[in-house]
Design a protein around this ligand. Structure first.
Ligand SMILES: NC(=O)c1ccc[n+]([C@@H]2O[C@H](COP(=O)([O-])OP(=O)(O)OC[C@H]3O[C@@H](n4cnc5c(N)ncnc54)[C@H](O)[C@@H]3O)[C@@H](O)[C@H]2O)c1
Length: 445
């Protein structure tokens, strides 16, 4: 739908322009809301950051929030010290509201669905404070047509827009400023008012459209990644069967000028790529490839687990202990949401493995974390699941220490990040996901 075509449905909402927006309430102070609120505060807006998690609010206020995002706490402290950012549990009257609460997927009778309960409770919490002419922006990832539904649900003379977030965890502050933004306004003025706000700190281009297109754009971006990762993962399984090294094959295929195959891995985690494609599946019966890609990526933890089980059976290792390197869902972050590592650990434990876990980036996890020394002590194998920089940078001395602590000397690298020649030279047997030649026993599931 073209915004120009939608007429002046806002005529009786009260006349505001961007310059009248001085006070903004940001609802949800997580990975997205906190940097956004701080950025706005540092660019002159009076910002009220709202979160229902009191402990989080306390640690933000006293500067002790433990979040492994470069530069974030400096930005937050600057915003609080400037007096422009205050954080609290309840919203208050403001000119604009930005919603950044979680939108996980839930499964009901084998059908995935976006859990919009956080969105609606955030919307209900601001409803009593909304006046004619206020602006409500949703940043959380939502299924197509949700913004329109919420607009109708609110049933107020307000402006409204959907402005999806596209930042990369680990690089949030840079991308918040540099990335292009898409704004889907419920009408032209909503889009323009929202643009005014984001222009205060965004250096990238800001494109205006309608909400359903903007919702679809966000989902298409992550689905594009998911489907392409699924293809790489399928290639890895096939190459494993054929005794071909998938990385060599990908590298050679990518010499083609119009081919760019991604790298395979132990599964797709995080709260975006592994979740968002389901929001398209939820609204359309035509999302067949998208569903298949999701299922394929979700099959990878079991596939990796079976590779390990078969290999250890062949080697006849009694009471095996395996050391997991990395449970964050991706490299150099502390975030373990939807991590394939958790599924692999549970699969290995239920198949009689003793599992120890080392992740120097992660602070809390569902299973105990150990330091490197304890993790590899008397272990029979290392299973690398995350491409952390620290793993890539293991020196000869570190690898020798690991070697001397272990009972059997096997390394399974599902991310192709270790210096394999060095590990082999020291005496390790190195196995690679997607390289059939490195495995003694194979899994076809
Ligand atoms: N993290 C990312 O990299 C990223 C990137 C793009 C889009 N998104 C999307 O942005 C949204 C937020 O993600 P996030 O990673 O910041 O989540 P998060 O879990 O880190 O933070 C959400 C915060 O919202 C708070 N909250 C929940 N309900 C609330 C309510 N009713 N009122 C006030 N606070 C409430 C929670 O306590 C939490 O602190 C999600 O839809 C996500 O899919 C995230």
């Amino acid at each position: 739908m073209n915004l120009e075509d939608k007429g002046n449905i806002n005529d009786d909402k009260g006349d505001i322009d961007g310059k009248n927006i001085k006070k903004i309430c940001v609802i949800g102070l997580g990975y997205i809301g906190l940097p956004t609120a701080s950025m706005l505060a540092n660019h002159g807006y009076e910002v009220v950051g709202v979160d229902i998690d009191s402990k989080r609010l306390e640690s933000i206020k006293n500067g002790k929030l433990k979040i492994n995002e470069p530069g974030l706490m400096t930005l937050v402290k600057g915003a609080i010290n400037s007096g422009n950012l205050k954080v609290k549990r309840e919203p208050e009257e403001a000119d604009a509201y930005i919603i950044c609460v979680p939108t996980p997927v839930i499964w009901k009778e084998n059908t995935p669905k976006c859990d919009l309960s956080y969105i609606y409770s955030a919307i209900d919490s601001i409803k009593p404070y909304l006046h004619n002419g206020n602006l409500v922006i949703i940043e959380s990832t939502i299924p197509p047509k949700t913004t329109e539904k919420i607009f109708k649900y609110l049933n107020k003379k307000i402006y409204m827009a959907y402005c999806p977030e596209r930042v990369l965890p680990g690089n949030i502050l840079k991308e918040l400023v540099e990335n292009d933004r898409i704004i889907g306004g419920i009408d032209k003025k909503s889009a323009k008012l929202s643009k005014e706000i984001y222009s205060s700190f965004v250096d990238g281009n800001i494109y205006l459209t309608d909400p359903t297109t903007a919702e679809m754009v966000k989902l298409m971006e992550n689905t594009y990644r998911d489907v392409n990762i699924a293809l790489a993962n399928e290639f890895a399984k096939i190459c494993n069967d054929l005794d071909v090294n998938v990385y060599e094959a990908i590298n050679l295929a990518n010499k083609h000028p119009r081919v760019n195959i991604l790298n395979p891995g132990p599964g797709v985690g995080g709260h975006c790529i592994s979740v968002d494609p389901w929001f398209i599946v939820e609204v359309s019966n035509n999302a067949e490839l998208i569903r298949a890609a999701r299922d394929l990526n979700d099959s990878m933890p079991k596939y990796v687990c079976n590779l390990i089980i078969n290999e250890f059976k062949r080697m006849n290792i009694p009471d095996p202990k395996i050391s997991i390197f990395g449970v964050a869902y991706k490299g150099n972050v502390e975030d373990t949401r939807e991590s394939p590592g958790k599924k692999i650990i549970e699969c290995l434990m239920s198949n009689g493995f003793n599992v120890s876990i080392y992740d120097p980036y992660v602070k809390t996890f569902d299973y105990p974390l150990e330091d490197l020394e304890d993790c590899v002590n008397n272990s029979d194998g290392i299973l690398v699941l995350t491409d952390h920089e620290k793993f890539k940078r293991f020196k000869k001395r570190d690898i020798l220490n690991i070697y001397n602590s272990m009972r059997n000397k096997i390394v399974v690298d599902t991310k192709n990040i270790l210096n394999h020649n060095l590990w082999k030279k020291i005496g390790f047997e190195v196995k690679l996901l997607g390289d059939g030649t490195s495995w003694r026993g194979k899994s076809n599931k």
